[in-house]
Design a binder for this molecule. Structure first.
Ligand SMILES: Cc1cc2nc3c(=O)[nH]c(=O)nc-3n(C[C@H](O)[C@H](O)[C@H](O)COP(=O)(O)OP(=O)(O)OC[C@H]3O[C@@H](n4cnc5c(N)ncnc54)[C@H](O)[C@@H]3O)c2cc1C
Length: 320
């Protein structure tokens, strides 16, 4: 037991009633799978989040921070320790500095990414349309360097505000962030003070985006085109985590490789490789994480055998 009864009561008090025990993670992931988290907190403010994080540092409790859960596969036995969801708090968008050409917009980590896209369009601010249709929250999108053929988070971000695992906040300029394909890696200086055993990592609390002025009507027109094209290509009505694998650096995409390996439509238990887009693994009916991982491994093995390419998952696989 990582958290005893006294600690439980303390955590319940500082969480302001937003704490649950043995919370099924299937309720918080777009794949709709995942066993229980021992503790699940939904802080409503930065102040509460800071208190919780300071407490985890003092008690050496591991935490996992989640946004919309749209890029997460939680294993069937769930998560030991504390899951912190930002869905219920940190949801302000503000315009900071501005001049005739450029506007800095700050969005807190709990803001739905689609809300930020709509905000930008309505205010006549160009730059966010690439993210239209990507599920999840701003913090998760920054961590995943989420993107499409039209752009990705790194391109529009100026800086981020983060909460360190010791409870201190810090503003980090983009030049000090290590953005990669569908990933933000923390440079070693931002992991300082953490024991090598600790899995706790900095938490994005907001992103500062640099957008340029344009006509709202033009941005709306572009948005409709982007969304229509996207909806034609992706199976959006069934539970999934979007593209399951990263695309290889060159050559065929992960979806094309899986398709050529003859795996489109392949079923394992409740999971299936989508017939529409072979890089989507769908929860067709009460799939377990084991079903999904078995399909993932089957795709990895077949593609490796046929093309000598190892497909790396883009989805974050967590838990026991
Ligand atoms: C139908 C569908 C379509 C998709 N299409 C796309 C697409 O076109 N392009 C694309 O890039 N992705 C796509 N995705 C994947 C996913 O939506 C993105 O990766 C999204 O940005 C993840 O955001 P989230 O808030 O759901 O993050 P989560 O899934 O909750 O978390 C993702 C990772 O970020 C970490 N994290 C989350 N919030 C924070 C925070 N505040 N601070 C620190 N770490 C944090 C988590 O621990 C986890 O490791 C799609 C998913 C689905 C279901």
């Amino acid at each position: 037991m990582l958290i005893d009864n006294a600690a439980k009561t303390f955590l319940e008090n500082i969480s302001d009633g937003n704490l649950r025990f043995d919370e099924p993670m299937s309720r918080h992931t777009s794949l709709r799978t995942g066993g229980p988290a021992d503790f699940f907190a939904e802080p409503k403010s930065l102040e509460i989040l800071v208190k919780i994080v300071k407490w985890t540092a003092a008690k050496r409790i591991p935490y996992l921070i989640i946004g919309g859960g749209s890029n997460l596969l939680v294993r069937d036995k769930g998560i030991r320790g504390l899951v912190i969801s930002l869905k219920k708090g940190l949801n302000c968008i503000t315009e900071n500095r501005t001049n005739n050409v450029c506007v800095e917009v700050s969005a807190e980590a709990g803001v739905n990414l689609q809300r930020l896209c709509s905000f930008a369009i309505n205010k006549g601010l160009e730059g966010m349309n690439f993210a239209l249709g990507i599920p999840g929250l701003v913090g998760g999108a920054i961590m995943m360097n989420a993107g499409t053929e039209h752009g990705f988070m790194e391109k529009v971000l100026g800086s981020v505000n983060v909460l360190m695992p010791d409870g201190k906040t810090e503003k980090i300029d983009k030049t000090n962030l290590d953005f990669r394909y569908r990933e933000l890696a923390w440079k070693p200086e931002y992991n300082k003070g953490l024991s090598s055993k600790s899995s706790n990592r900095p938490i994005i609390i907001s992103g500062n985006f640099l957008l340029t002025r344009n006509e709202p009507a033009k941005l709306k027109e572009e948005a409709e085109l982007f969304l229509a094209a996207r909806n034609r290509k992706q199976p959006i009505n069934l539970p999934s985590a979007g593209c399951f694998f990263r695309n290889p650096q060159s050559g065929l995409t992960a979806g094309e490789l899986i398709d050529k390996a003859g795996l489109k439509g392949k079923i394992m238990g409740g999971a299936r490789i989508s017939l529409e887009h072979a890089n989507f693994i769908i929860n067709r009916e009460k799939a377990s994480a084991v079903d999904i991982i078995s399909l993932m491994e089957e795709a990895q093995e077949r593609v490796y055998r046929l093309f000598n390419i190892f497909l790396e998952p883009e989805v974050k696989i967590v838990g026991e």
